[in-house]
Design a protein around this ligand. Structure first.
Ligand code: PRP
Length: 172
């Protein structure tokens, strides 16, 4: 496996993040929102999005992992939800880097909903709809993509390449 071509440049990422922030701000009524960043992949996008939103937020974290060290999901989602912050009666925005099978987002949304928020929205920077195994979509999507393994901007292969400023394919 090796790094392939640039799929989304830093400029693409910045432009789409700004657009997403406008879409989200237009959809979620004025007032504080509680942003939950899904670790670890969404760390980079989550911070950039919070800056772009330019509104009052509180921040929580949930750690989800479904991949082993390979390029295929293990099918089992492990959630650690200790640092989500107060959820009850809050307007919550869940931030994901990528939706693949949908199992992680489904687990995270179910966990958050069980805590009686005022509303739940979700945003994913990358979406691979052809890979979906459960019926769930994010409310806001940065870029839909084909089924190609991606790294960079938080996305990893065996914990490597998260630090790349752009998103690249990772190929045999
Ligand atoms: C990745 C990604 C999403 C999830 C998407 O996380 O960050 O959370 O997989 O896949 P799914 O739709 O098939 O559930 P991963 O488990 O690799 O952990 P990471 O965020 O720490 O990289």
């Amino acid at each position: 496996m090796a790094l392939g071509k640039v799929i989304f440049s830093r400029e693409d990422i910045d432009r789409r993040t700004a657009e997403l922030a406008c879409e989200i701000n237009a959809s979620i009524p004025a007032g504080k929102i509680h942003v939950i960043i899904t670790l670890k992949g969404a760390l980079y996008f989550g911070v950039d999005l919070i800056r772009a939103l330019g509104r009052q937020v509180t921040i929580g974290f949930i750690t989800a992992s479904s991949y082993g060290d390979g390029t295929e999901s293990s099918g089992e989602v492990l959630l650690k939800a200790k640092d989500t912050g107060e959820i009850t009666a809050r307007r919550v925005l869940i931030v994901e880097d990528i939706i693949d099978t949908g199992r992680t987002l489904e687990s995270v949304v179910n966990t958050i909903r069980s805590r009686k928020p005022a509303s739940v929205h979700s945003v994913a920077f990358i979406d691979k709809p052809s890979r979906r195994e459960v019926a769930i979509d994010a409310d806001f999507v940065g870029f839909p993509v084909e089924d190609v393994f991606l790294v960079g901007y938080g996305l990893d292969y065996a914990e490597a390449y998260r630090e790349l400023p752009c998103i690249r394919s990772f190929e045999p």
